[in-house]
Design a protein around this ligand. Structure first.
Ligand SMILES: NC(=O)c1ccc[n+]([C@@H]2O[C@H](COP(=O)([O-])OP(=O)(O)OC[C@H]3O[C@@H](n4cnc5c(N)ncnc54)[C@H](OP(=O)(O)O)[C@@H]3O)[C@@H](O)[C@H]2O)c1
Length: 87
């Protein structure tokens, strides 16, 4: 069964997290690309439909499918929820 996460980039509240930025710097990618890669790598039945009005962002978002997150980076990102809960 396919799962399409609603607002994969945060929709009206764009995703922001120091952990996303940290992993993005390590990979030479953007935080939004890391957010998409994190979802895609979570499970093969996750499909993302990121909305954009920008051709440059569209290219970035497609390229996110090629990013490979290490287990350590996934662990770092999995801590984002706890980080948000503290805000
Ligand atoms: N069924 C419903 O009623 C309903 C309602 C809302 C949404 N949805 C679904 O939710 C999904 C996404 O909705 P959404 O587009 O509102 O939210 P989203 O994909 O989470 O976020 C879109 C926002 O992210 C920005 N963005 C996209 N790529 C980016 C990048 N590479 N770097 C920086 N910013 C980037 C876009 O700005 P730019 O335009 O500047 O790139 C836009 O502001 C879609 O699958 C949509 O069909 C369904």
């Amino acid at each position: 069964m396919a799962y399409a996460p609603f607002f994969p980039l945060g929709g009206f509240s764009p995703l922001q997290s120091s952990r996303l930025s940290e992993v993005a710097t390590e990979l030479g990618a953007s935080p939004k690309q890391v957010a998409l890669a994190w979802l895609l790598q979570r499970s093969p039945n996750i499909l993302v439909i990121a909305g954009t009005s920008s051709p440059a962002h569209l290219r970035e978002n497609f390229a996110a499918a090629d990013l490979v997150l290490s287990p350590a980076q996934v662990t770092t990102l999995d801590g984002v929820r706890g980080q948000v809960d503290l805000l």
